[in-house]
Design a protein around this ligand. Sequence first.
Ligand SMILES: [Zn+2]
Length: 88
Amino acid sequence: MIKFDYNKKNAWCVWCKRTENPHPDFNEPIPTKVFLSKKRRKIELCLSCYEIEKNLSNEANQDFYKFLDDRFEKLLMLDKHEKILMNV
Ligand SMILES: [Zn+2]
C-alpha cells in the first residue's frame, strides 16, 4: 500500500490540478504523493488520479512508472507545461 502525504504544503496534483481535498468534509490540502517516473521525473499525483493511472497501466499491461512518462509527455504537448519540467 502506497502512503500518501496528507496536509502537505503546496500539494498539487499534476494531472487534475487540484490543490484541495475535493471531499466537502475536509478542509485540507489534497492527499498527494510524488512518484519518480522511469525517466526520473517527479510527478505529484492525488489519490484518485493515482488509482486511475494504476488501473490504466495494468490494463495496458505497462509498467506504472513508464506509463507516467508517456502520460506526462502527452500532457506536455497538450498544455506546454514547461514549468513542470523546470522543477524536475
Ligand atoms: Zn489528481
